[in-house]
Ligand binder design. Structure first.
Ligand SMILES: [Zn+2]
Length: 181
């Protein structure tokens, strides 16, 4: 964990002893390395003219269980955010609708829909890159994973990992879209 990420993490620290594992990266990974994978997914969205957000789902042994990027336009599916697509892949793979012990790494702070899905899936942790000041439901616009609203099973969470890279790809996408309008 970088110093800046560590600082952000401690500000948002929840009770790990009570609710989840210590936030050390899964075996063989750094948080930045996992975020690079999520950024590769975001690039796929960018290349498909979708808002470039990407996500990966990993277990503590370091195995990647799911990947996803935004595909709502491509799939004509309002719910096809990166996190939902990654959750669907992992749930099918494990043949289980709940994924305790697993961690989501996503380039942008999840929206309310995705934060709720993460709660429903019983994930243990969430790492995100850029903060979403308007729609982020973890730290920015709402705090779905923190008391008093969050259930005891809510995941620990950490934002700001490779935030500049995660923000830059979004900026490039929206600047390009405005220029083409
Ligand atoms: Zn979402």
């Amino acid at each position: 964990m970088t110093t800046s990420a560590s600082a952000l993490f401690s500000r948002r620290f929840r009770s790990f002893e009570a609710h989840g594992p210590l936030p050390c990266p899964p075996s063989g990974w750094t948080w930045e390395g996992l975020m690079e994978l999520a950024l590769q997914e975001a690039q796929k969205a960018f290349d498909s003219f979708e808002v470039p957000v990407g996500a990966v789902l990993v277990d503590v042994s370091g195995q990647i269980l799911g990947r996803g990027h935004n595909t709502p336009r491509t799939d004509c599916d309002t719910t096809a955010h990166a996190e939902i697509n990654a959750l669907r892949m992992a749930c099918r793979r494990l043949a289980n609708y709940r994924l305790p012990g697993r961690i989501m790494v996503v380039t942008l702070e999840p929206c309310a829909m995705c934060a709720s899905a993460i709660l429903q899936a019983r994930l243990s942790g969430l790492v995100f890159g850029a903060y979403d000041r308007l729609c982020g439901a973890v730290s920015s616009a709402a705090e779905y994973f923190d008391p008093p609203c969050a259930p005891a099973s809510a995941p620990w969470h950490m934002g700001g990992v490779l935030a500049d890279s995660c923000q830059t790809i979004l900026k490039e996408f929206f600047v390009g879209r405005r220029e083409n309008e």
